[in-house]
Write a protein that binds this ligand. Structure first.
Ligand SMILES: C[S@@+](CC[C@H](N)C(=O)[O-])C[C@H]1O[C@@H](n2cnc3c(N)ncnc32)[C@H](O)[C@@H]1O
Length: 272
């Protein structure tokens, strides 16, 4: 879905987020995985003060209320989403929808449990960094981990009459999401990990294993307490990100951007 008419940058951002939600909530696997995670943590949610960082439509704030939370602060920075969440969550007296960036939110009481879904296609390229900037210290954060997984494949397993090997070669150095999303790709090794509360290096290099293949795919995996919750290819909200493999070692760099962190990607030993 693309917005076709000219809008102010503020209005564009606002409605672009709302449109993004259509595909986020179409992803039933993602919603199922998050609900399962919340059910598994019910003991921590019951009678607890909870925060949902970036509540969107508020589905999971509602779930925390149903699981017995004493209070839920559903914090969202997008004004249109706040209005929608307020309407949708009106039946839950224990939920308060707060219009604020999470990094500015100062809760009036200690927070027991914080839920978020701030994962980008390349793990750290969306909003995870805001969790380092909180003005409060939640006792428990879920999910508390994530990995960027990768796999190497012979190009012939994915290319077709349009996206041929020479097309891929001309896209050298470019990371492309959704290029071959119809085919499942096995992601076999982690290249980057994030753990809540641990430092995350904004510049990370990685040397590929000795596996032959001209095509490299990345896919995010959300994890909690070292167990997978959801990942690209299963939860369609996250696409595989593809690139032509033109070296053995690469570097990711994350930069502050307008909407999420921007990603730099360079081969450290380009073959040509
Ligand atoms: C991927 S959506 C997840 C929404 C909801 N938590 C869910 O899982 O269905 C991320 C949401 O966080 C909001 N968001 C992103 N950064 C934020 C921030 N710094 N403070 C508050 N909300 C934020 C976005 O507007 C969006 O609604």
């Amino acid at each position: 879905m693309d917005i076709m008419n000219r809008l102010s940058p503020e209005r564009f951002r606002e409605v672009d987020d709302v449109l993004a939600f259509i595909s986020i909530y179409d992803d039933v696997e993602r919603a199922y995985a998050y609900r399962q995670l919340l059910y598994s943590l019910q003991g921590l949610i019951q009678n607890a003060v909870c925060v949902e960082a970036g509540c969107g439509f508020g589905w999971f704030s509602a779930e925390m209320a149903r699981l017995g939370a004493r209070k839920v602060y559903a914090v969202e920075q997008n004004a249109v989403l706040v209005e929608m969440a307020r309407e949708r969550l009106a039946e839950f007296p224990q939920i308060e929808v707060i219009h604020s960036p999470i990094q500015d939110f100062i809760p009036p009481e200690p927070v027991d449990f914080l839920l978020h879904e701030f994962y980008g296609q390349l793990l750290y390229d969306e909003d995870l960094h805001y969790l380092n900037q909180l003005k409060f210290q939640p006792r428990y954060v879920a999910p508390n981990g994530g990995e960027l997984l990768a796999g190497i494949y012979p190009a012939k397993d994915f290319t077709d009459s349009v996206v041929t090997l020479d097309v891929l070669q001309r896209l050298d150095g470019v990371l492309i999401s959704g290029l071959f999303d119809d085919t499942e790709a096995e992601l076999t090794f982690p290249v980057m990990r994030w753990r809540y509360g641990q430092p995350f290096d904004l510049e990370q290099s990685y040397r590929l294993p000795e596996v032959s293949g001209e095509l490299l795919a990345f896919g995010v995996q959300i994890s909690h307490d070292e167990r997978p919750v959801c990942r690209a290819g299963v939860c369609e909200n996250w696409s595989y990100v593809w690139t032509y493999r033109s070296g053995e070692a690469f570097q990711f760099t994350f930069y502050p951007g307008q909407a999420g962190e921007e990603v730099g990607f360079t081969w450290l030993d380009p073959a040509h």
